[in-house]
Design a protein around this ligand. Structure first.
Ligand code: ATP
Length: 273
C-alpha cells in the first residue's frame, strides 16, 4: 500500500470528501457526532491507510479526539453522545449491532494523553489483557507475551529485572511505554493515540516518537497531536480538522508544504490555533 496516497480533497462546501486509498484499513463515511445539542463532528469522510501513521491536527475543540474515539466506539460510554454515519475496519461495519465491542477494543487499542498504568506490577499491567482474552494457555506462554510486548514497546531492557515492581513507580515516559506494551499485548491491528506525549519531557517524547516509527511496521496508527512538529516527524499522512469539519488530508509532506485549503495554510503557519 502506498502510505502517502492522497487522503482527502476539498469540496465546494468547505468540508472534505475522501479520496479512495488502495486497501485502506479504516474507512469513515459521513460521520456526524452530537453531544446533546452540540454538533461536534460534521460529515467526516476519510480513508486511513494500513501500517502507516496518520496524524490528526487542528485547534483545540475541533473534534480530533471525538473522531478518534469513534474508531473504537469509546464514545459509546458517553450517554449524551450520538454517532451517525459509517465506519468500517477491513470492510466490517464497527457500528453493526451484532459486533462485539469488547473484541473491537482488543483490535483497536488506545493510548491516552496521561499515562494510566493499573496500580499493579509491571508484569500484571501487560498480562492482564491477554489473560482475560484467554490468549495464553500456560504461564510460560503468558511470560512470552509479556516479554514480547515489552520488547516491542522498547521497555524490556529497562524493566526486565523488576517486573514485580509497581507500574506506577516508573517515570512518565516509561509509564507511557508500559501503556503501549499493554495495548500491544492483546495483538491489536490499530493503535489510537490521543496526544500520547503531551505529559512527557522532550527526551521521553523522542523515545515515544521513535517507537511509533517502529510500530508502524506492524500496526495502523492514528495519533492526535497538538504539535505540528510531531505530526511532521512521525506521520506519513495528516488530516486537518477545524470546527468539527475535516478540512483536508493527505501526505504529511504535502499538507505542510502546499496545503489546498486556506484554513490549513493559516493553521500551519500559526495564524490561529
Ligand atoms: N463528553 C463531552 N460532552 C460534551 N461535549 C463534548 C464532550 N467531549 C467533547 N465535547 C465537545 O466536542 C467538541 C470537540 O471536542 P474534542 O475533544 O473532540 O476536540 P479536540 O480537537 O480533541 O480538542 P483538544 O485538542 O482540546 O483535545 C468540543 O466543542 C467539546 O467541547
Amino acid at each position: 500500500m502506498d502510505a502517502t496516497a492522497a487522503l482527502t480533497t476539498p469540496s465546494a462546501t468547505g468540508a472534505a470528501s475522501a479520496d479512495a486509498v488502495a486497501n485502506p484499513k479504516i474507512v469513515a463515511k459521513n460521520v456526524n457526532v452530537h453531544y446533546g445539542e452540540k454538533h461536534a463532528l460534521k460529515d467526516v469522510s476519510v480513508d486511513i491507510a494500513e501500517r502507516a501513521v496518520t496524524a490528526f491536527i487542528g485547534p483545540s475543540g475541533c473534534g480530533k479526539s471525538t473522531f478518534l474515539r469513534c474508531i473504537n466506539r469509546m464514545n459509546d460510554t458517553i450517554s449524551i453522545c450520538r454517532v451517525t454515519g459509517r465506519i468500517t475496519i477491513d470492510e466490517q461495519d464497527i457500528y453493526d449491532p451484532s459486533l462485539d465491542v469488547v473484541q473491537l477494543r482488543a483490535r483497536v487499542g488506545m493510548v491516552f494523553q496521561k499515562p494510566n498504568p493499573f496500580p499493579k506490577s509491571i508484569y500484571e499491567n501487560v498480562a492482564y489483557g491477554p489473560r482475560i482474552h484467554g490468549f495464553a494457555r500456560s504461564k510460560a506462554e503468558l511470560d512470552e507475551i509479556v516479554e514480547d510486548s515489552l520488547r516491542k514497546a522498547s521497555l524490556w531492557n529497562e524493566v526486565k529485572d523488576r517486573l514485580d515492581d509497581s507500574g506506577t513507580g516508573l517515570s512518565g515516559g516509561q509509564q507511557q511505554r508500559l501503556c503501549i506494551a499493554r495495548a500491544i499485548a492483546v495483538s491489536p491491528e490499530i493503535i489510537l493515540m490521543d496526544e500520547p506525549c503531551s505529559a512527557l519531557d522532550p527526551i521521553a517524547t523522542a523515545k515515544i516518537e521513535e517507537l511509533i516509527d517502529e510500530l508502524r511496521q506492524n500496526f495502523t496508527i492514528v495519533i492526535v497531536t497538538h504539535s505540528m512538529q510531531q505530526a511532521a516527524r512521525v506521520s506519513q499522512r495528516t488530516a486537518f480538522f477545524h470546527l468539527g469539519v475535516l478540512v483536508e488530508g493527505g501526505p504529511t509532506e504535502r499538507i505542510f508544504t502546499s496545503p489546498n485549503d486556506r484554513r490549513t495554510q493559516d493553521y500551519i503557519t500559526g495564524r490561529f490555533g
